[in-house]
Design a protein around this ligand. Sequence first.
Ligand code: C5P
Length: 406
Amino acid sequence: METSVAANPTALPAGPGRVVLGVTGGIAAYKAAELTRILVKAGTAVDVVMTDAATRFVTPMTFQALSGRPVLTDLWQSGAGDGMGHIALSRGADAILVAPASADFLAKLAQGRADDLLSTLCLARDCPLFVAPAMNRQMWAHAATRRNVAQLVADGVVVLGPDTGELACKEHGEGRMLEPADLIAALSASRVPKLLAGKRVLLTAGPTFEAIDPVRGITNSSSGKMGFALAQAAAEAGAVVTVVAGPSALPTPTGVRRVDVTSAAQMADAVLARVADCDVFVGVAAVADYTPETAHAQKIKKSGAPLTLTLKPTLDILATVAARLGAPFCVGFAAESDEVERFAEDKRKRKKLPLLVANRAQDALGSDDNEVTLLDADGAHRLPRMDKLALARRLVAEIARRLPSP
Ligand code: C5P
């Protein structure tokens, strides 16, 4: 099964930053409140600017309480900066995000009009502008809106969404504002250097599950967090990313193609079917080394007597990929419980990997952060402890600088 769905909320990668959040008139304005809350929690300063219509849906007080900063609604408001608020507010901001962006506001932007604080700010900006449209499906499909959106894209505005689903008007279709987590992921990605632009990255992530019978199996405590974080970081860096994932409830990062598998054999098949046209392969999954020789078709009955299971080795996916003629740049992960660097370096050489990420098994499995050592032909390079997404972004940079130049 291949899917590409929602993202998990993340902090902006290049420091907390400051975002101007424009809110225009629409039911989805309530989602902008949640967006503000998540951004602020991640350490981002959020200056909320509301159109008059937006204040009919959510009060400025709500945004003021959530952002901890004054909310601006009027070009002539004293807090808007000595009559120069439209300039001052966008200076030093990392981005302006208009969410929700109504059909009327998109039209205004496309025409370059500046008759209220938000539209004036958008016109006077010196930072990227993102808009998250939200409207009735027919308004979105209307030729006038299509023209306006095409004009905005041509002008360099990044249009995020809309999504398809149930709309506030109870109709079903395209016009739903993207969820706050998706908007934050898009903002984050826009700030990451495109170190892997044009590259195709294939990863494995999570555990595998080896069936013993229809209800029992052998698995491990891998959460998939590191593999999914790496998939997200590679996508943010501009790569076309596919993650072959063992059983994991984690959401798929925005823009990442996901292939769900269960067993080590299925994971091997899914990887080998896709590896030929990839530039980088990263084996992050905790693949079972052994699988039952036979999976019982019926549930094994309890008899009180000892039960013996015969296990056979699985295919080493990473070593198989690395041994291919014209193999992609292969990166392995090794979780060792003792003598981490020695055992991991043995593994790197045995599997013929240009780069291996080694960590203590006790530190890595299931946790939110990790402390790793990079092993390559030049030796061992220790990295400080950091959360898995920060580590993933660092690893992407490490992979990018080791890739052969085209
Ligand atoms: O040999 P070990 O399992 O410790 O090696 C770990 C590395 O090898 C990880 O990158 C893991 O994803 C990969 N691996 C694999 N296929 C296996 C076993 C491990 O790709 N059957």
